[in-house]
Design a protein around this ligand. Structure first.
Ligand SMILES: NC(=O)c1ccc[n+]([C@@H]2O[C@H](COP(=O)([O-])OP(=O)(O)OC[C@H]3O[C@@H](n4cnc5c(N)ncnc54)[C@H](O)[C@@H]3O)[C@@H](O)[C@H]2O)c1
Length: 251
């Protein structure tokens, strides 16, 4: 407790799943959290629940694929604290499709949110991270950034780009005291993976390839995010941490 005392955090896509767990975890550690989500009502609910639990949070309606939403999101954060110490680029989505049937619309939507959104948040959040003096930017990549599974081409391409963006920004933002790292979760039980994990054959096949023999929880990822957010990782930048039960270590 208290590892993020006096810190200001902003988490995108924090109305549900991994982002919600990160927002809760950061608030429990003492941070003020801007809880942003395309689903404004979910963001509000999450912020209220955090406040009821004794934390400090505010809900923000923001679609990271819309430039004007991101501008308004950061303007509100600037007004309230004038800085962001921890910025989590978490908003993301997936549409599974055999590559040969992938529609232009699906490709564009996945790219707009997972990649263009992450780029925009990392770029437009720079000033507020610099104002922190020791900002931490955390990007949600995926083990799929460096592996292949059928029907995940578009998703994997965007996550591969997020990993590349992380390394580049680690170098470019370092002179401003900003560390940039990525989390690469494996299979975490959220709405994003619900359908695929409900399929018994796929579920078993994935578990067979997970040395720790279970799927991850959003809290598993939140605790790894806390490492990148806190001074415990003060000398860590440009790193990618797999949170996957050992899946990417195996064959
Ligand atoms: N669940 C997994 O197994 C897994 C694995 C690797 C990486 N990830 C990554 O973690 C992140 C969170 O995934 P999750 O499993 O919690 O997903 P989720 O679907 O449970 O939650 C995603 C949240 O993001 C919000 N969102 C969607 N589009 C948005 C947009 N355009 N702007 C703002 N908010 C938006 C949704 O409303 C939702 O609240 C994503 O980037 C995902 O790619 C997840």
């Amino acid at each position: 407790m208290g590892r993020l005392e006096q810190q200001v955090a902003l988490v995108t896509g924090a109305g549900a799943g991994i982002g919600l767990a990160i927002a809760r975890c950061f608030a429990a550690e003492g941070a003020f959290v801007h809880v942003a989500d395309i689903d404004g009502a979910a963001a509000e609910r999450a912020a209220e629940a955090i406040s009821r639990a004794g934390g400090n949070a505010v809900g923000v309606s923001a679609d990271v694929s819309r430039g004007q939403d991101v501008t308004a999101m950061f303007r509100a954060a600037e007004k309230s604290h004038g800085r962001i110490d921890v910025l989590v680029n978490n908003a993301g989505l997936n549409v599974r499709s055999d590559f040969r049937h992938l529609t232009d619309d699906d490709w564009e939507r996945i790219r707009e949110v997972n990649l263009d959104g992450a780029m925009r948040v990392a770029r437009d959040g720079f000033g507020l991270l610099r104002a922190s003096g020791k900002g931490s930017l955390i990007n949600l990549s995926s083990i799929m950034a460096s592996r292949g599974l059928r029907q995940l081409a578009a998703y994997s391409v965007t996550k591969g780009a997020v990993s590349a963006l992380t390394r580049t920004l680690a170098v470019e933002y370092a002179p401003f005291g900003i560390r940039v790292n990525a989390l690469a979760p494996g299979f975490i039980e959220t709405a994003l993976t619900e359908r695929v994990l409900r399929n018994p054959a796929i579920n078993r096949a994935l578990l067979d390839r997970t040395p720790l023999r279970r799927f991850g929880t959003p809290d598993d990822v939140a605790r790894a995010a806390l490492f990148f957010a806190s001074d415990d990782s003060a000398f860590v930048t440009g790193a990618e941490l797999a949170v996957d039960g050992g899946m990417s270590a195996g064959l």
